[in-house]
Design a protein around this ligand. Sequence first.
Ligand SMILES: [Zn+2]
Ligand SMILES: [Zn+2]
Length: 304
Amino acid sequence: MLPYTTLAAAEASLGRALTYPEALWLKYSATKSDYFLYCHNLIFLFLVFTVVPLYYVGLEIVFKNIQVYKIQPKIKFSYSEVFGCYKEVMRMFILVVGPLQLVSYPSIQMIGIRTSLPLPSIYEIIAQLTVYFIVEDYTNYWIHRFLHTEWGLYEKIHKVHHEYTAPISYAAPYAHWAEVLILGIPSFLGPAMAPGHMITFWLWIALRQVEAIETHSGYEIPWTLTKYIPFYGGADYHDYHHYVGGQSQSNFASVFTYCDYIYGTDKGYRCQKRLLRQLKEGMKSNSEQNQVPDSTSPPDFKFD
Ligand SMILES: [Zn+2]
Ligand SMILES: [Zn+2]
């Protein structure tokens, strides 16, 4: 809670006039507890899980030609199946995500997420979000890779998320409750390393899920702005991880491509892309078509 409730007191404390966003923040948050502000994440997550996937459903309804951008066009889900997925995500939201939010506040206090004035500058927000995405991507890579092993109890935990071999937007948060808890850790590490303002934290939690929904959308849409982000994986990249299936040893990273490149877990994907490109361009000879993938190709390579 802010140590002042009036504009005059806030300006006296800061020694300057408040900016318009700061005045709005004062007006909104002055009488609200930090715990209550933290719990706003529940509303934001509910809205993100519910509304953002609708964008892709809406595209399917309005633009029939959108199918040309579908990554696995042979796989189609009925609206009742999509709604069934949403219901399961909401069940997990009520039983796991919500309670986790309600009890994790002490960790937010411990790492020092602030609600006070001044508000962070746009540069501070962008810098911190960049750090959060990089830290999350790196730690998620290793945890996700571990979840694909026997030791990581793949059959009991991560297999649930892989029920969708052709992902859909609503299936982004679809996972076993234990996975929801485990993958909460990488999301907290970035803010723990570079603690910022509550507004930055809200943005981080929401944007991370928006990013996950895009990568699970099942569509490689050419006008998406995220493709301009360096080393960004995107929908096609993560779709391959689901397409290969449970035994996948490719494309573990959640956001960027560099971890898979450095640790050699993107060879199957790159090989598939190369072959598809050659087929498309009509430059592939018969001998190349019959060629067995070279020794650098991983065992999870799948092609149809
Ligand atoms: Zn996986
Ligand atoms: Zn996935």
